[in-house]
Write a protein that binds this ligand. Structure first.
Ligand SMILES: [Zn+2]
Length: 310
């Protein structure tokens, strides 16, 4: 039986028809009506109708960035789409007439990666999505961990620096302000401003407009400031994983998200920092740290499978 997974991003709505093996057999895209959040449900219904044409579809899984309640139907708060108490499940069900499951997007990705990607065969997985921020998803004993109210695994918002950088969530010093794509750019800009002689290659590539792509390219060309920014990200990531292991003792970490495409610049160092900072090191098995395998389709595959398992 087929299900449809939908991933609602800030700029596009990606959807796919997915079979039992996690294979996407058809897919479709729409731009997200980001300035009209009320119309997102209609966009989802539209893309579902296109994909369901001529197919027997059992259920729809929808991944959305935001806090999704424990009944997996209401998006309580979504910073990017200005949703407050949005009854997304009810709206989409009303439009498409099929069972709908709504899930936090990072949870959907974690479920997809664990079952069909880098975490296959693993029972205790921590998935860390390193993009502009940090998303988290936990699978424990083979089940998605959602917390009491559906709002668990917001790993990016643990405070790691008291009185630290202001986070989009309103708090200070959250982990995602030190170990995400935004943090990488902030670090590179800071070093370039204070010690411009270390950022010569970066300035050549980016001029005054330093963004993530330029930092990555400059680092690969040996730019000192950009390499230092990646080194900082690697250490914050490794330390964060060691802290998570102290609490959760997973068998496997999966690192995904846009920044993981530059894994050559931070992955080994993050693993070393993790191993060095792990509590009880030398007297415990060390968790595997793997790169995500499904790329951008992890959310679609995961949401579709969560709909199947509803
Ligand atoms: Zn935060």
């Amino acid at each position: 039986m087929l299900t449809i997974g939908v991933d609602i991003g800030g700029t596009k709505v990606a959807a796919g028809v997915v079979d039992e093996d996690g294979e996407i057999v058809a897919h479709a895209l729409r731009p997200t009506p980001a300035d009209q959040p009320d119309l997102v449900a209609e966009t989802v219904a539209d893309v579902v109708k296109e994909l369901a044409e001529g197919r027997e579809i059992e259920a729809i899984g929808v991944g959305a960035a935001g806090f999704v309640d424990e009944t997996r139907s209401i998006v309580r708060f979504a910073p990017n789409l200005a949703w407050r108490e949005e009854p997304l499940q009810k709206k989409i069900t009303g439009l498409v007439g099929l069972p709908v499951v709504v899930e936090n997007d990072a949870n959907a990705m974690a479920w997809g990666e664990t079952n069909f990607g880098a975490g296959r065969g693993q029972t205790h997985v921590v998935c860390i999505t390193v993009g502009t921020g940090i998303g988290g998803g936990l699978v424990f004993d083979g089940k998605l961990f959602r917390g009491r109210w559906g709002m668990g695994a917001e790993l990016g918002h643990m405070q790691v620096v008291p009185e630290g950088r202001l986070c989009g969530c309103g708090n200070l010093g959250c982990w995602e302000q030190y170990a995400s794509g935004n943090a990488l750019v902030a670090d590179a800009r800071e070093i370039a401003r204070l010690q411009p002689e270390r950022a010569r290659i970066l300035f050549e590539l980016a001029g005054e407009k330093i963004e993530g792509e330029e930092v990555t390219e400059a680092a690969r060309k040996g730019d000192d400031a950009s390499l230092a920014a990646f080194s900082s990200l690697a250490d914050w990531l490794g330390q964060g994983m060691a802290d998570l292991a102290a609490v959760l003792d997973p068998g496997c970490f999966i690192i995904g998200g846009g920044v993981s495409r530059a894994a050559d610049l931070f992955f080994e160092q993050a693993k070393e920092t993790f191993a060095r900072q792990l509590t009880g090191r030398g007297h415990r098995p060390v968790a595997d740290i793997r790169l995500a395998e499904l790329g951008a389709s992890a959310g679609v595959v995961g949401a579709a499978d969560l709909a199947r398992q509803r």
